[in-house]
Every structure is written in C-alpha cells, then in structure tokens.
Design a protein around this ligand. Structure first.
Ligand SMILES: C[S@@+](CC[C@H](N)C(=O)[O-])C[C@H]1O[C@@H](n2cnc3c(N)ncnc32)[C@H](O)[C@@H]1O
Length: 296
C-alpha cells in the first residue's frame, strides 16, 4: 500500500473525530475506555451517539445505514416543542428503536412513555436513556397487537416517526390513536404516490388505496412486525387523522427519499376536551364503526 493510500485509512485522533456530532451523556463520559468497549459490545446496537469527549456509544446500523452519529435533539423534536410546548405534556413515543428521540423528548417534555414492539429495542432504549440520566416509562407494545386495556398509552401528545409505513392496517391504527391522544401529534412517514397506490382495502365500509410494501421480518430491528405493510396516500392520511379528531393539520414538508415520498406533519385537536368527554364523543361520531373494538 502506498503512503497516500495509507494516509486515507489513518484513523483520526479522538479529539478530531465527530467534532460536530457530540452530545452530552453524563454516565458515558464517566466510563473507562474498557467499560465503554464492553457496553458497546454488550447489546446489538444499530445506531450511535458521540459523547462530549468524542467517544462513540452504540454501533452502526449497517454498511450504509446509520453510519453517522445521531443528533440529539433531532430538529423535528425542536419543531414539535415550538408548536406544542412539551414542558408540561405527557408524550407517547411510538417505535422508540434505541432511545435517541426518547432522550430528547425527556429533555423537553413533562413525562415520556416510549414503546416498541421489539423487546431488544426496548432494552436498548432503557439502557441508553439511563446512561443519559433520563428516565422515561418504556415497555414492549405492538401497536397492531393487543388492545391497551390499562390505558397505558393515554397521553397528551404523540411522537410518531418512522412507524406508520410499517403497519398492516394504518387506518385502524390512526383511528385508535385518536382515542389515546388528547391534544396532538407529530407524524413523519412515507406515503404512497398516486401511481404506486395500486391496491385497495376496506375499513368500516370505507375504501383506502395503498402501496404494498414487503417488510424484512422480525430479526430486522428497523422493520415492521408483519410480512406486508400498507403505505397510504397523503390525502387519506390527513382525512383519517381528521376523522380521528385531529381537526387542524399542518403538512410541514414533503420530501423524496431513496425508498419513496415522505411527509412531516403536525396534527392538533383544537377543541381539546377531557379524556372522558372525548371518549364519549368519539364513540358517538365514530366514522368507521366496525373497525374499533377497544380503546387502542
Ligand atoms: C424505522 S424504525 C424508526 C425508529 C425511530 N422512531 C426513528 O425515527 O428513528 C421503526 C421502529 O418501529 C418499531 N415498530 C415496527 N412495527 C411496530 C409495531 N407494530 N408496534 C410498535 N413498534 C413497531 C420497530 O421495532 C422500530 O424500532
């Protein structure tokens, strides 16, 4: 190997690495290099943060996936806070993955409940949050599985990023969400273009066109839990959110990504009622009555 090629592979010194991507992580910074190496090997981390001292905590997602440090807070969470003032709110985070957004939500919000269908993601979220000195309530929950009979998912706001396009029945999911979330949500999701929405399914007598999307399977920690998910059209997503009670919807942006079109929106119930009033009103005006057996 020539000197020039060797230079290209030289590993930069710690103080030169990830200068822009560092985040304060109090209990990571106290670890010896040996303990941090052990922590990084202990769990199957698929994304990483960089502590103030430049040392990475976690692992990469794949050859080209999550190879850069995660930013805390993600700019979308700042937007969420500017719109809803999270400081006295209870936020429900769906699909918490490894806790990156959870940490930022804990720093802004009054209370955070974070759920994920994969137990390994829940464990990684609990551990990562603890090393950042944050204490959300975190547990395993499949949003298309068992109903939430104990009301554990009831919250003021919902952080809903990267999950809707992994669901088998996203319409029923959004309608159920309307019963759990009293104030508003931030939704970031892929959606189907008019041309790609080639199939159709029915919820409570209403037809919804969708793009079928093949999921990778249980072992892939980024993936949905069922073999095929349905990507809805943007107009249907906003119409279903209105039916779920979120009457004010602001589509902040649409963007084209490698896998397809994606949107970021904020949805709000501007006539915020108490949970009990809302539950009665939703039951009385439920647009797709056949689809909802339980609160969640
Ligand atoms: C693409 S990742 C997005 C992670 C994170 N929200 C983000 O934006 O970085 C999808 C996450 O949703 C979780 N997930 C997929 N299907 C789910 C379901 N039915 N119920 C709950 N979580 C689910 C996955 O385990 C994974 O953590």
């Amino acid at each position: 190997m020539g000197v020039r090629a060797m230079r290209r592979f030289r590993r930069p010194a710690l103080q030169e690495r990830y200068v822009d991507g560092r985040t304060r992580a109090p209990f990571v910074e106290r670890l010896s290099d040996e303990d941090l190496d052990r922590l990084n090997a202990l769990l199957p981390w698929r994304c990483f943060t960089v502590a103030s001292d430049g040392r990475p905590f976690g692992g990469v997602g794949g050859k080209r996936k999550r190879v850069d440090p995660e930013t805390i807070p993600d700019p979308r969470i700042q937007l969420f806070h500017e719109r809803f003032d999270l400081s006295d709110k209870h936020v429900l985070e769906l699909g918490c993955f490894e806790g990156i957004h959870t940490i930022a939500l804990c720093r802004f919000a009054g209370q955070v409940t974070a759920i994920d269908a994969r137990v390994e993601n829940v464990v990684k979220t609990v551990v990562r949050c603890a090393f950042f000195d944050e204490r959300p309530r975190v547990f395993v929950h499949d949003v298309e599985g068992e109903a939430d009979r104990e009301g554990l998912l009831q919250a003021d706001l919902c952080h809903h990023v990267g999950v809707l396009y992994h669901l088998e029945d996203p319409v029923t999911h959004l309608l159920r969400l309307g019963r759990a979330i009293s104030h508003g949500l931030m939704l970031d999701t892929h959606y189907a273009s008019e041309e790609s929405a080639t199939e159709e399914y029915e919820v409570g007598g209403e037809k919804f066109r969708f793009r079928p999307y093949k999921e990778v399977g249980r072992a892939d920690v980024f993936s949905g839990m069922r073999p095929i998910s349905k990507w809805l059209r943007l107009d249907d997503i906003t119409a279903v959110l209105r039916s779920a009670g979120f009457n004010a919807i602001d589509v902040v942006e649409t963007r084209e990504e490698r896998n397809g079109s994606r949107l970021l929106l904020l949805a709000e119930r501007t006539n915020v009622a108490s949970a009990a009033t809302r539950s009665r009103a939703t039951a009385a005006t439920q647009p797709f009555p056949g689809s909802l057996g339980a609160v969640w």
